[in-house]
Design a protein around this ligand. Structure first.
Ligand code: ATP
Ligand code: MG
Length: 654
């Protein structure tokens, strides 16, 4: 990235907008005045949002930014996060409300009311205490999407221990790195997990990971698959049902400081070695509760909400556990994959539980498109009233498909931009308030400030592109990288150090209305003959072609143009095979959609794309292929055989 390089070219245009219906606007939780109110007094606005929570001691100062870049929010305030997510709903007379409609992959189900949840969390908190876990200790949790995962997280929060949730599908090496990095005292896992109709062992992997792990004193094992072969280490391992079930349901939650650490969570590793992001209590819970309420227009006791993320990712933390439960949600939690036992599983669940708010990722939306429109068409999806997207830029064509085929062509779609580091949603339309635009996350939420700047940190004008920065502190911001203060300052705060901006690592542009479009990672931006071109725009142009299901684009070194655009494309099921002509058509299509400069030098038709376990495309691995290099770190790749599949196919010309 040279200092004199021009700003990111702004290529793709999108003119479709969808204003909210008057009926939706009428009942929406937020309205346009919120933006002005927040703008006129940001701290007063956040203080108002913090009133959503129960505080044992009220704060004396909203924000202390004197120790920047480490913020203190709600200074002097005290609260218990788990009490806020569970007990207070029981105390206000909603103990019988279902908190979780849990759906197991094999078809078993379990409903937990808030009263049930309170009992379970209290017992688990007592259990952890009985093992010697105290406030400030770290507990690693490697569990699939079962109620115990949520109970375990809340039990940690209740006693002030930090959880570090590790995705259930991670290898022993990945688990071990995370256990060691945080020096976890206890590990909570299960005997095994159901995946695509089969029971796979989990505990054996955990044992492999923990061999010689010095910090670990106890391992708690949830029985899920009933695998009789489950190895248990005498003195270290204990069954959840033996330990937790006998505990008392009485547990008095202690109030912790607003800045008491709540959890560590490792980023997904799209750009390199995962970072252990640290979040604290009061500001985090305030912002996740606020955003869950306004971005999804959530009505407690009326809506049925479903966020399809895994609790191993930040979306699961903020929008399955903390935000929704603080808001007294009734939600679906599903254990399995979307095509087990059939490709209509999600729609069947929505129909059964009358889900009204559905929040998922672009990668899954594109997969649904690939599977075909006829599948969702078989189900009654009329209960839905808000759709959300998170994780990657959503291509306009995928957005339109989502609205048409899942949202009956009439309900709001919110594209929510945020990161593990931001803790909560930062940029998103508000349903019932914003006229939405396919593919754009649009505006920072009330209370949030985000701008697009050039190399020097100067805000670009409407129509311009550059770097996305957060120029003002926000309540749920990370408080550091666990054990690595230098990396924290270097990664996020050094790029625009003089200005004190948080650098998110993403490229973005403003359209002529001043709406923000996310354009992918800055590391992925291509430089073709001096034009800086975003991967997202070229990918969206490819996906707008009727034969294309998914596309990933990278810049590869080119002797004449500096970088040449190389595209990897998955064709839709019904498309003819990718012959010479098909590839030519696609190149021309891109030239027509966004201009000749963006025409890919090379298009490779592939059967799969390399994705992280959270479903994001790992472009750096594709760049390795495009530049004929040794393939880099693949530890957070969802399926390690994908790279072989791609390279073999390319060698044989298929
Ligand atoms: P690592 O930082 O280890 O490379 P990661 O960035 O993939 O991992 P996450 O924190 O899970 O880990 O992902 C945040 C990133 O996801 C954002 O920086 C952005 O690139 C992308 N992202 C999330 N939501 C959106 C969205 N709505 N539009 C565009 N990009 C998004
Ligand atoms: Mg990141």
């Amino acid at each position: 990235m040279t200092e004199q390089s021009p700003g990111l070219s702004n290529l793709l245009t999108e003119n479709r907008t969808f204003p909210p219906s008057p009926e939706f606007a009428e009942q929406a939780n937020a309205d346009t005045s919120w933006y002005e109110r927040a703008e006129s007094d940001r701290e007063a606005f956040w203080a108002e949002q913090a009133e959503r929570l129960h505080w044992d001691t009220k704060w004396s100062q909203v924000l202390d930014w004197s120790g920047a870049p480490v913020a203190k929010w709600f200074v002097g305030g005290k609260l218990n996060v788990a009490y806020n997510c569970v007990d207070r709903h029981v105390e206000s007379g909603h103990g019988d409300q279902v908190a979780i409609h849990w759906v197991g992959e094999p078809g078993d189900t379990r409903d937990l009311t808030y009263a049930d949840l309170k009992n379970e969390v209290s017992k688990a908190a007592n259990a952890l205490t009985s093992l010697g876990v105290t406030a400030g200790d770290r507990v690693a949790i490697q569990l699939q999407m079962i109620p115990e995962a949520i109970v375990a997280m809340l039990a940690c929060a209740r006693i002030g221990a930090l959880h570090s949730v590790v995705f259930g599908g991670f290898s022993p090496t990945a688990l071990r790195q995370r256990v060691d990095d945080a020096a976890a005292k206890v590990v909570i896992t299960s005997d095994g997990q159901y995946r695509r109709g089969k029971a796979a062992p989990m505990k054996a992997n955990v044992d492999e990971a923990l061999a010689g792990a010095e910090s670990v004193e106890k391992v708690i094992v949830v029985r899920r698959t009933g695998d009789p072969e489950t190895p248990m280490t005498e003195g270290r391992d204990v069954w959840w049902h033996d330990l937790v079930d006998e505990q008392s349901v009485e547990h008095t939650p202690e109030a912790f400081d607003a800045e008491h650490p709540l959890f560590i969570l490792y980023t997904s590793g799209t750009t390199g070695k995962p970072k252990g992001i640290l979040h604290t209590s009061g500001g985090y819970l305030t912002q996740v509760a606020y955003t869950h309420n306004v971005v999804f227009d959530h009505k407690p006791g009326e809506d049925v909400y479903w966020c399809t993320a895994d609790i191993g990712w930040v979306t699961g933390h903020s929008y399955i556990v903390y935000g929704p439960l603080a808001n007294r949600v009734t939600q679906v939690v599903y254990e399995g994959t979307p095509n087990t036992p059939h490709e209509g599983r999600h729609w069947e669940i929505i129909q059964k539980y009358k889900v009204s708010i559905y929040y998922t990722a672009p990668t899954l939306i594109r997969t649904f498109m690939k599977w075909g429109d006829d599948i969702p068409a078989r189900y009654d999806l009329s209960s839905l009233r808000v759709l959300g997207s998170v994780g990657e830029p959503i291509n306009p064509e995928a957005w339109i498909w989502y609205r048409e085929h899942i949202g009956r062509g009439e309900i709001p779609v919110v594209d929510t931009w945020w990161q593990t580091e931001t803790g909560a949603i930062m940029i998103s339309p508000l349903p019932g308030v914003t006229a939405t635009k396919p593919g754009s996350a649009q505006k920072p939420l009330p209370g949030i400030s985000a701008i697009v700047v050039d190399d020097t940190g100067k805000e670009v004008p409407p129509g311009g592109g550059g770097y996305l920065v957060l120029d003002k502190p926000w309540p749920s911001m990370l408080r550091g990288i666990w054990g690595d203060d230098e990396r924290f300052r270097e990664t996020y705060w050094s790029r625009f150090a003089d200005l004190g901006y948080y650098f998110a690592g993403d490229g973005a542009k403003y359209d002529d209305d001043g709406d923000i479009w996310l354009l992918g990672r800055v590391d992925d931006v291509m430089n073709v003959s001096g034009h800086r071109i975003s991967t997202t725009e070229v990918e969206s142009a490819l996906v707008s072609h009727p034969t294309v299901a998914e596309a990933a684009v990278v810049g590869a070194t080119d002797p004449t143009t500096g970088q040449g655009i190389v595209a990897f494309v998955i064709l839709r099921g019904n498309a003819a095979d990718g012959g010479e002509q098909a590839v030519q058509d696609l190149r021309n299509h891109v030239a027509k959609e966004i201009g000749p400069i963006a025409k890919p030098r090379q298009i490779m038709i592939v059967p799969e794309l390399p994705k992280t376990r959270s479903g994001k495309i790992m472009r750096r691995l594709l760049r390795d292929i495009a530049e004929n290099r040794q393939i880099g770190d693949v530890t957070t790749l969802a399926d390690s055989s994908v790279m072989d599949l791609i390279t073999q196919g390319l060698q044989t010309g298929k």
